[in-house]
Design a protein. Structure first.
Length: 320
């Protein structure tokens, strides 16, 4: 576990023993660890050199641990700085590589992916490598994986990567989708919905996009997707996303200034997005009567006689 701080297995075992004991001699350390005396002395010497152990004053041959928050924090900070420098160097080298590759061969701008396994792996790498923001158009009917299988998004959200996702209306009716969507929103995903989307795609940090070239496969048609690097095509896809984002309906659990609690706000979002009552009830595991009762509450609060009036009131009062 402490390999990230530069400790080998023997060093980590010895340091953990020192932490659990007030002080210890090298022979006792060897006996406790089940290693030769020479190995224990060499390991103690390494811990002393790394600032993880110190000799006990006035007690010749006895050693104690340096506090972990003092000894390890500095080492981890240095390692993190090294990783950051290596990442920066990698980004510079990648930029140089792509610049030269584009000059050598225009085909380098687009890489064709021809299997579900390869596409799934590319989607995983794209989200794992994202640092700032991922934008995505999610259509109904998965190609490489379902939304529930996309655990990389949740991991990226937890480390602070922003996600803006537009969902096709039919996708929100698929089993388990609304619970999965609520989890993503809770972690920070910004979600919106449209009745239909022209393509499915994902773009990370505005630098790398994946676009299935065949939107529907029937088992006979080979899956084909494109990995798209910085180019006019990627710029066009980013512009497409932004134009759809402006038109899409927000799907929210919270909204600044909204008088609604999370349950009613989420329900209202789904209604405006066009998700049927039955689908909402089934996926959220509540009765259709409960859904209708909550809708009635929203209509009464808005002073609306119809659902269309409710949607208009919600837009006017910035409930979503």
């Amino acid at each position: 576990m402490l390999s990230a701080a530069g400790l080998g297995a023997e060093e980590e075992a010895a340091y953990r023993l020192l932490v659990r004991t007030t002080e210890v001699e090298s022979d006792a350390l060897a006996e406790e660890l089940g290693v030769a005396a020479e190995v224990a002395r060499r390991t103690l010497g390494s811990l002393l050199a790394k600032g993880l152990a110190r000799a006990v004053p006035g007690e010749s041959g006895r050693f104690t641990a340096v506090a972990p928050d003092v000894a390890l924090a500095a080492r981890l900070h240095r390692r993190q700085a090294e990783v950051d420098r290596a990442r920066h160097a990698m980004e510079q080298l990648t930029g140089e590589y792509l610049a030269h590759a584009r000059r050598r061969e225009a085909a380098q701008l687009i890489e064709v992916i021809t299997s579900r396994t390869a596409l799934r792996e590319q989607l995983r790498l794209l989200q794992d490598g994202a640092r700032h923001e991922v934008v995505s158009l999610c259509r109904a009917g998965h190609v490489a994986m379902t939304s529930q299988e996309n655990t990389e998004e949740l991991a990226a959200l937890r480390r602070g990567v922003g996600f803006r996702v537009i969902y096709e209306g039919a996708l929100l009716e698929e089993p388990g989708m609304l619970v999965n969507l609520a989890e993503g929103i809770t972690l920070g995903e910004q979600a919106r919905a449209l009745p239909a989307l022209p393509v499915r795609m994902i773009i990370a940090d505005g630098e790398l996009g994946v676009l299935p070239l065949i939107q529907h496969t029937d088992g006979l048609t080979q899956l084909t997707a494109a990995l798209i690097r910085p180019s006019s095509l990627l710029d066009a896809l980013k512009a497409l996303f932004e134009s759809l984002w402006e038109r899409a309906t927000p799907v929210s659990l919270t909204s600044p200034g909204s008088p609604l609690d999370a349950d009613h706000l989420y329900l209202l979002s789904l209604l405006v997005a066009g998700v049927p009552d039955k689908s909402i009830a089934t996926q959220l595991k509540i009765s259709q009567r409960t859904v209708q009762r909550r809708i009635a509450y929203l209509m009464e609060r808005a002073g609306a006689q119809t659902r269309m009036q409710l949607a208009w009131h919600a837009a006017r009062e910035n409930w979503l």
